[in-house]
Design a protein around this ligand. Structure first.
Ligand code: MCA
Ligand code: AMP
Length: 499
């Protein structure tokens, strides 16, 4: 029986007594112990009725058991569906109803509220918590081996939701091959080995913290300093013994703001990697001036895993995202006509390869819009390719705000605000923000003769949307700026309110 991802990432560690995770409380979990724990969890999954191909929806804290649940889901042949822990019940309800999971795993504290939502699709609910939760406790008494369920390279391994310009989140279907091929390429390119010690402060419900960071650790057998979240003091403490760090640009600007962050502190570091949002050239330069390290910037998407990377050996150029990864094709096309553009011309970044997903869950029309018949995926990012193939991202064709590495689609927020009393229409846009890169502002146009209640707008956002999506400011306008075609000119709003 073969199971593409499990056999490559997890199974080889069955007898590996090296440390996999060191947690905040200094507890250390070996790879071998981790493999046994995943097997115990896999038994609970099958007892809960999870069959091959079923979705296991997970909105759980960042614990070693949560990673073991990812491995267990793979071993049981099911599809791992992780969700941001900041999502509200309203957001969660959409994902549960859309994905129809067999099992929902949540934080023990959320169990009652989530049980009601899970019941709508007859899903079972189990919990994870620092003290085990019902899933952790059920796993404790299980056998420490589990007969791995066969899965082929094209079978689904994960379903990751990504918001869309239409306001409805889309489930990106990622196969075993999609995830494994990307992990193999990155491990080799970034020369990750069992001698590495990775600082892991990212969330584990997105591609960056889950696949880029952890799949490469599994492949290489690296040790992971596993932090519950971004904590400056913990990172400063961990740096002298670390070799590798992956983060969003906010991580690096926050480190630079701390005087304890010095060349000496980073002496044992081999590589700092940045992604998920643009790294300002000034951050890149300040980082090198302070530490002597040149941050390696790479570019990717949920649907495509990683697409490009600056080189490990060779010039890491600030403001560029490097070259297409081995096995990944990239081309730049005219966003209107789809025609291929020449090197040096700005256009839509398209990519094709084993990295590119299988389509959107239950959304064949959306899939057809974004995934061409020849296999190229339209990223919605605008880029330029230099003569030597080096790629720079210069903008976005999609209406998207990236705040602290989290994607925020204005349409989703506008839909919520437009439903509030006295609101005729709204436009949500991003403005530069020192810490998060961008932050969210809402322009509100009232109905004639009416005054919208800002508190009501905030309350609507509170009920419907995760906190990181909430507008940080509201401006009330008589009308939105529009071009002759009637399209709202968000660039004018950004310029006007950018400061
Ligand atoms: C937290 N808050 C935010 C954000 N994070 N607001 C806007 N944008 C954010 N990203 C809010 C909280 O709700 C809270 O609001 C206040 O800011 C402070 O919260 P706190 O928890 O203290 O913040 P933090 O823990 O310091 O978090 C900031 C963070 C975190 C470390 C930058 O957002 C983070 O880990 N981001 C990484 C996201 C990520 O992994 N992205 C990868 C996506 P209040 O106090 O007002 O209630 S994968 C991807 O994009 C592709 C595939 C790729 O290429 O990687
Ligand atoms: P997501 O859909 O959450 O996976 O986010 C993917 C988006 O993040 C991409 O389409 C880009 O717009 C953005 N992104 C990721 N890495 C970078 C980067 N290094 N520079 C600029 N934007 C990036």
């Amino acid at each position: 029986m073969t199971n593409t991802l499990y056999d490559a990432l997890i199974a080889p560690h069955a007898d590996n007594e090296a440390v996999f995770l060191e947690c905040d409380d200094s507890t250390r979990l070996t790879y071998a112990r981790f493999v046994r724990r995943a097997a115990q969890l896999a038994h609970v999954l099958t007892e809960a009725g999870v069959s091959p191909g079923d979705r296991v929806l997970v909105q759980a804290p960042k614990l070693s058991d949560t990673i073991a649940l990812y491995a267990a889901t793979l071993q049981a042949g099911a599809v791992y569906l992780p969700l941001n822990t900041a999502y509200t019940q309203a957001e969660l309800a959409y994902f549960v109803e859309d994905a129809a999971p067999t099992l929902v795993v949540c934080d023990a504290q959320e169990e009652d509220a989530i049980a009601e939502i899970a019941a709508r699709v007859s899903a079972k609910v189990l919990t994870l918590a620092g003290d085990g939760g019902s899933l952790g406790r059920a796993a404790d008494g299980q056998f420490e081996t589990f007969e791995t369920v066969a899965r082929a390279p094209d079978d689904l391994a994960a379903l990751l939701y990504t918001s869309g310009t239409t306001g409805r989140s889309k489930g990106a279907m990622l196969s075993h091959k999609n995830l494994l091929s990307n992990a193999e390429v990155l491990t080799e390119l970034w020369q990750i080995t069992a001698r590495d010690r990775l600082i892991h402060a990212l969330p584990i419900f997105h591609t960056h913290g889950l696949f880029v960071a952890l799949n490469t650790a599994f492949l290489s057998g690296a040790e992971v300093r596993f932090m519950a979240g971004f904590n400056l003091d913990a990172i400063i403490d961990a740096l002298p013994d670390a070799t590798l760090m992956m983060g969003v640009p906010t991580f690096y600007t926050r480190l630079l703001d701390d005087l304890r962050f010095t060349r000496d502190l980073t002496r044992s570091m081999r590589l700092f990697i940045s992604g998920s949002a643009p790294l300002l050239a000034e951050t890149h330069q300040a980082f090198e001036a302070r530490t002597g390290h040149r941050i390696l910037e790479r570019y990717g998407m949920t649907e495509t895993n990683m697409i490009t990377s600056n080189p490990y050996d060779g010039a890491r150029v600030a403001g560029t995202v490097g070259y297409p990864l081995p096995g990944t094709e990239l081309r730049i096309t005219d966003p209107e006509t789809g025609a291929l553009l020449d090197k040096g011309e700005i256009g839509m970044i398209e990519t094709r390869g084993d990295n590119v997903f299988q389509g959107y869950w239950n959304m064949p029309e959306k899939t057809a819009e974004e995934l061409r018949e020849d296999g190229f995926f339209l990223t919605g990012d605008l880029g330029i390719e230099a003569e030597d193939g080096r790629v720079s991202i210069v903008g976005r064709a999609k209406d998207l705000i990236i705040s602290g590495g989290y994607n925020i689609y204005p349409k989703e927020i506008e839909d919520v605000l437009n439903d509030v009393d006295a609101v005729a229409e709204s436009a949500v846009f991003g403005v530069p923000h020192k810490d998060f890169g961008e932050s969210v502002i809402a322009a509100i146009v009232p109905m004639p003769g009416k005054t919208p209640d800002i508190e009501a707008l905030k309350a609507a956002a509170q009920d419907a949307l995760a906190r990181f999506k909430h507008p940080r400011d509201y401006v009330v306008l008589d009308a939105l700026p529009r071009n002759t075609m009637g399209k709202v000119q968000k660039n004018i709003l950004r310029q006007t309110y950018g400061s």
